[in-house]
Write a protein of this length. Structure first.
Length: 270
């Protein structure tokens, strides 16, 4: 059994209201449930959907949380993730050691007093914190192969390629490419994916004023999908104030150039 779910697709900060119901307001989190355990990619507020689903379970599955990077919208849900406090749970947290900052120290600073009443160090008997292997760019876990690519984004962001027996999904939550300038190595990394989940926080018109922010556009996503022979393009990391009807309009524009396009929504199962 392999079930991939988008738990949160909003960028920068969570939002709510009647204009944000269709695609949801929770920030980035994606999960892959297998017969061997649960993989969680990022711990934005979307991770609360996992916690709520598991509330009635007597025992949660083995869980590994993989971070793309440590910007606040991708980690802000972590302190409320129930298995971190469950002595019966088997939980691991992993991220890229090849970063300018010490990611473990940064995470411990975030989840510590006075910002949170329980320090991550106090949960060391429950949660294992370890680096992704520095000597290779892939990992076999829970019956799938995970590989990663270091993409353009402030303080760096990993793009993950998830290879299941019958499906390959590439997760590019935060990448700063324009349609005119995309790293050929990134296109090669995405090659042949059944699904590409791609950062489209800005429109092509907005991008020139925000090109240093490290986020991309639907037009760049279409270009990657075409060049990499991707079957389906899912636009994600929606701008925090982007209303449902505005995302609908972006999807309509993208579908004209790449018909197999949709937008990520909360609790969307692929």
């Amino acid at each position: 059994m392999f079930e991939f779910t988008i738990r949160g697709s909003r960028g920068t900060i969570p939002i709510c209201g009647r204009d944000f119901v269709k695609y949801g307001g929770k920030t980035t989190c994606l999960t892959l449930q297998t017969n061997e355990g649960m993989l969680i990619f990022d711990a934005g507020t979307g991770i609360m959907n996992v916690t709520n689903e598991w509330a009635s379970l007597r025992e949660v599955p083995p869980t590994t949380l993989l971070f793309t990077h440590l910007h606040i919208d991708h980690i802000m849900g972590m302190p409320c993730f129930r298995p971190l406090y469950d002595e019966k749970a088997k939980t691991a947290i992993m991220a890229d050691p090849k970063r300018d900052e010490d990611w473990k120290a940064a995470l411990r600073t975030f989840m510590n007093k006075p910002f949170w009443p329980v320090a991550l160090e106090e949960l060391s008997h429950v949660t294992e914190i370890r680096d992704l292997p520095a000597d290779k760019s892939f990992l076999h876990i829970y019956g799938v192969k995970i590989s990663w690519f270091r993409a353009f984004h402030p303080q760096q962001c990993l793009v993950y390629r998830v290879e299941m027996p019958n499906k390959t999904i590439t997760i590019a939550t935060d990448v700063g490419y324009s349609a005119e300038q995309i790293d050929p190595a990134f296109i090669n990394f995405c090659q042949g994916s059944d699904c590409l989940i791609y950062d489209s926080q800005f429109t092509p018109e907005e991008y020139p004023q925000h090109k240093e922010y490290g986020h991309s556009t639907w037009k760049a996503g279409v270009h990657v999908a075409r060049e990499a022979d991707v079957k389906e393009l899912i636009l994600t990391h929606h701008a925090p104030n982007r209303k449902d009807n505005e995302i609908d309009s972006i999807v309509a524009l993208a579908k004209r150039e790449f018909p197999s396009t949709c937008a990520a929504s909360e609790n969307m199962i692929l």
